[in-house]
Design a protein around this ligand. Structure first.
Ligand code: SME
Length: 170
């Protein structure tokens, strides 16, 4: 694998262009590699290193009926989240992406890092409809995430899931 470089569009470009660039980078990173956890780790690293104003990026994976911390970048985080709890548990239970402009306004928000002000959580679903977990982004800025971020992260998560072998037990 060649060494990774930050996309040239990282600063100031429009978000769809940035996410297209990230998708190209990520497809290169995981080409020829189908390990689900390795590809999750590189997705978290790529997103965290490339998107501005994040303080956490990574996944929670569904294990034994609850969300368990998976590969991520940022400060240590809470390990287990019940379905329906917090932003992550709510997005997983509803199987819909949640954009939370102000986490203090979200009932039951789980404050892993007091610096977090806004959050985007995208559910991870197999092509067959199975729930695998969620991909979570936190920002210290209020209102950091919009529909373009949601669409971009959903696309990246799709590349990860389709490009990896799903481990037994997920
Ligand atoms: N804030 C999340 C918990 C996970 S951390 O942000 C990494 C939530 O309410 O589900």
């Amino acid at each position: 694998m060649s060494s990774w470089e930050a996309p040239p569009t990282a600063a100031g470009a429009d978000k769809p262009a940035l996410y297209r660039s990230l998708a190209t980078s990520y497809a290169g990173l995981i080409a020829g590699e189908r390990d689900f956890i390795a590809n999750a780790a590189n997705l978290a690293a790529l997103v965290y290193a490339s998107l501005p104003d994040l303080n956490w990026a990574g996944c929670y994976l569904l294990r034994g009926g609850e969300l368990v911390l998976g590969p991520f970048q940022g400060k240590p985080a809470c390990v287990r989240i019940a379905l329906g709890r917090g932003v992550c548990g709510s997005a997983a239970q509803r199987r819909t992406a949640l954009i939370v402009p102000d986490v203090e306004e979200f009932p039951g928000h789980i404050a892993c890092d007091a610096a977090s002000r806004s959050e985007l959580v995208v559910p991870l679903v197999t092509p067959g409809g199975g729930l695998l977990g969620v991909f979570d982004l936190d920002s210290p800025l209020p209102g950091r995430f919009d529909a373009a971020d949601r669409d971009g992260i959903e696309s990246l998560a799709g590349l990860w899931i389709r490009g990896s072998d799903i481990p037994a037990g997920l």
